[in-house]
Design a binder for this molecule. Structure first.
Ligand code: SF4
Length: 310
């Protein structure tokens, strides 16, 4: 398989076949991000020949390996894969025509594949026409994971995310219209010391105007190789405490009025949680209160300090 560097995927894509469509990130500027620093380049689309070779190789995994080769050669039933997750920071940033070529290959090798997902930046939607989004939806693109991070415009600008809070609403409405579902990644701590709860309120207000199936919260971990670390050293930015991050998340959970799965499942979360809003709001808030009071800053910070890699 043509896997390059560390392969990242959301926890809920664990059952998907992962095919690399891009390596690195088209943006590569967010100050806190160190995800693709192990690559010798910033962004590279995978050649279609590599994608086809990987699909061909993956086909062999979905047949019974104990069956005789000649039996498999005459296999009538195609290999069954329901969903494919295209790896890379933002494969949705590829041109629609290129994405459609990938979808065509996927359906050629896995005719039973019902959907294709990937990470996407908000700006990846902006650059596609409504018609292109509709065609991509018809080709199976669905369940995108958008790393919106926050609805706090000041933090979005400082971290150089490249879009505004209003852009999130505008582009999600376009995805809604095209029939492409999406989940969000939220980044607790992105607004810095003293600003987390206000940022959570701003984010809830943005999310409440959209229709994500999931909001997955992650927590900021600052690594020494990041541009954000240099900002901290220069005295231009101060980190939230770990307790503040949980207070921020509690504020977000309290402010969300849309029906949505709320989850904290990635390694950046010292304690993992998942619940359905609005039904399990109280249980989620109780659990967050328990983390704040019973675990406390020292132990939460120790987890963060020992988190060598996300
Ligand atoms: S868009 Fe995502 S992968 Fe790219 S630099 Fe920002 S956080 Fe990192």
């Amino acid at each position: 398989m043509h896997y390059t560097g560390t392969i990242w995927r959301p926890p809920y894509e664990a059952g998907s076949l992962i095919i690399e469509a891009t390596a690195g990130c088209t943006h590569h500027r967010c100050k806190f991000c160190t995800l693709y620093e192990d690559l010798p380049f910033t962004f590279r689309p995978s050649p279609l020949e590599d994608i086809e070779a990987d699909l061909l190789e993956a086909q062999t995994w979905y047949h019974d390996p104990l069956r005789k080769t000649e039996e498999r050669l005459f296999e009538q039933e195609p290999a069954r894969v329901d969903r494919i997750f295209l790896a890379g920071a933002n494969p949705f940033g590829l041109k629609a025509k290129h994405l459609l070529s990938i979808a065509k290959l996927v359906h050629q090798y896995f005719p039973g594949c019902e959907s294709l997902g990937c990470f996407a930046r908000v700006t990846d939607v902006t650059t596609k026409s409504d018609e292109e989004l509709r065609v991509l939806s018809a080709a199976g693109f669905d369940g995108l994971t958008l790393g919106i991070e926050t609805g706090d415009d000041e933090a979005l600008a400082f971290m150089d995310k490249g879009y505004s809070a209003q852009d999130i609403v505008t582009q999600c409405r376009r995805l809604d219209d095209a029939g492409i579902r999406y989940g969000f990644f939220y980044l607790a701590g992105i607004s810095g010391k003293g600003r987390g709860r206000a940022a959570a309120q701003a984010t809830a207000a943005i999310c409440n105007q959209t229709n994500p199936w999931l909001i997955g919260a992650n927590m900021l971990t600052v690594y020494p190789t990041s541009a954000l670390y240099r900002e901290i050293r220069a005295g231009r930015w101060t980190e939230e405490t770990e307790v503040e991050k949980y207070e921020e998340i509690r504020e977000l959970v309290a402010g969300l009025s849309i029906p949505v799965t709320f989850a904290m499942l990635g390694a950046s979360n010292p304690v993992m949680l998942q619940g359905q809003l609005p039904d399990q709001r109280e249980q989620l808030i109780d659990a967050l209160n328990t983390i704040i009071t019973d675990i406390g800053e020292e132990r939460l910070r120790a987890y963060r300090t020992n988190l060598r890699h996300l």
